[in-house]
Design a binder for this molecule. Structure first.
Ligand SMILES: O=C(O)C(=O)C[C@@H](O)[C@H](O)[C@H](O)COP(=O)(O)O
Length: 375
């Protein structure tokens, strides 16, 4: 993979028949949001959903872009953090959309990270049985993962993302400049999802990340290239299996363990999604090694890279209260990939060789979790 020294506009198509859309990636794109929205829904209105932190940094620029394109718009601001993916915030948002009398052809615009995108997308999917929706992701995690593919939803006390709908956006606008204000912790957390694409089926990309991680974290062309490669990978998987009937589940590498950890720590607690996914991916590699699928050196290589960029890779690195194996197993049992009571895990035969496993016995997973807490 080569790195350009410029970041021109790049368009990645997501091919889904009459629900197809483009991901626009480039520097300074927020300023074009108004024109793009006006082109999408001439004469339409917009509601921008964002959180308190993003509102301070980027909302004025987006509202100015909408105003100059003559798109009437109002903003709806939610608290920052995972706890916002709740029935209470969904109800508040739905009420605001209906109070504003937005029509089905008006647009809900998600300006923010995964939390904002998932909540706003869910509202767009259910109000008037489906409104227009646009994603303007402002975190690395949202730019490389959650803004693409149409998964929307909220968390419940039973687990992560358990209530939601598939609802594709009309376009995704990725302004790479917005990452300049992203705190390092969230840049790292988003990087976990970038690594995931290498681990699923692209060992060359993983090798490139090992060599180029410092340049990616420095921002600039290498970061833009990592975003583009991630979006291409995700668009390819989603186009082949929009509703996760098959191989889309590979995008869940690290998520069955990760989601259980997030729920165990508590939403808004001391573990953000990408951090939990990093631990979950390392665990998936270790379990794969234990089961004889994956060379031990590959699991070690994954751990080494996650640690090298400052991500956690070990269950013992999460708060002790979230490490109870029985509780983790009970949370995993709520995973959406469960079939007839049996867990589905994404395991691996090595870096870039992940596969869907339906037949790992519950007692094997329970023993593995016991071992992991004692590592
Ligand atoms: O888009 C997908 O499909 C994914 O699984 C991507 C995940 O990284 C993302 O976190 C997704 O929201 C998880 O979905 P879930 O269905 O496992 O809750």
């Amino acid at each position: 993979m080569t790195v350009d020294d410029t970041t021109p506009l790049l368009t990645v198509p997501v091919s889904l028949g009459d629900r197809s859309y483009d991901i626009f990636i480039g520097s300074g794109l927020l300023a074009e949001a108004g024109e793009r929205l006006a082109g999408l829904a001439p004469g339409g209105r917009a509601m921008v959903v964002t959180d308190e932190t993003v509102a301070e940094r980027h909302l004025p620029a987006l509202m100015a872009a909408l105003e100059s394109a003559k798109v009437p718009a109002e903003a709806f601001v939610v608290p920052a953090g995972e706890a916002t993916k709740s029935f209470a915030e969904l109800e508040r948002l739905v009420d605001a959309v209906l109070t504003a009398r937005l029509e089905r052809g008006d647009t809900i615009v998600a300006l923010g990270g995964g939390v904002v995108g998932d909540l706003a997308g869910f509202a767009a999917g259910i109000v008037r049985r489906g409104m227009a929706f646009v994603q303007i992701p402002t975190t690395l995690l949202a730019q490389v993962d959650s803004s693409v593919g149409g998964k929307t939803g909220i968390n419940t006390a039973h687990g992560k993302n358990l209530v939601g709908v598939f609802h594709q956006p009309q376009f995704v606008l990725i302004d790479t400049d917005l990452l300049a204000t992203l705190p390092p912790r969230h840049l790292k957390a988003g990087y976990a999802e970038v690594v995931k694409y290498g681990l699923i089926d692209d060992p060359v990309f993983f090798g490139w990340l090992e060599a180029n991680a410092p340049a990616v974290f420095a921002g600039g062309p290498a970061l833009a290239e990592a975003i583009a490669a991630s979006c291409r990978a995700k668009a390819r998987v989603v186009a082949a299996d929009e509703r996760e009937a098959g191989n889309r589940a590979l995008l869940n590498l690290g998520h069955t363990f990760g989601h259980a950890l997030e729920a165990a720590v508590g939403y808004g607690g001391d573990l953000v999604h990408g951090e939990a996914v990093a631990i979950g991916m390392a665990m998936a590699f270790r379990l794969s090694t234990l089961l004889g699928f994956c060379p031990a050196e590959d699991a070690v290589r994954v751990e080494r890279h996650l640690h090298a960029v400052g991500l956690l890779a070990d269950l013992t690195e999460v708060p002790a209260t979230a490490r109870d194996p029985a509780r983790l197993l009970a949370l995993m049992a709520q995973d959406k990939k469960v079939q007839r009571g049996a867990l589905t895990l994404i395991l691996t035969r090595g870096i870039g060789r992940s596969f869907i496993a339906h037949d790992v016995a519950a007692d094997v997973i329970a023993d593995f979790l016991e071992d992991e807490t004692a590592r």
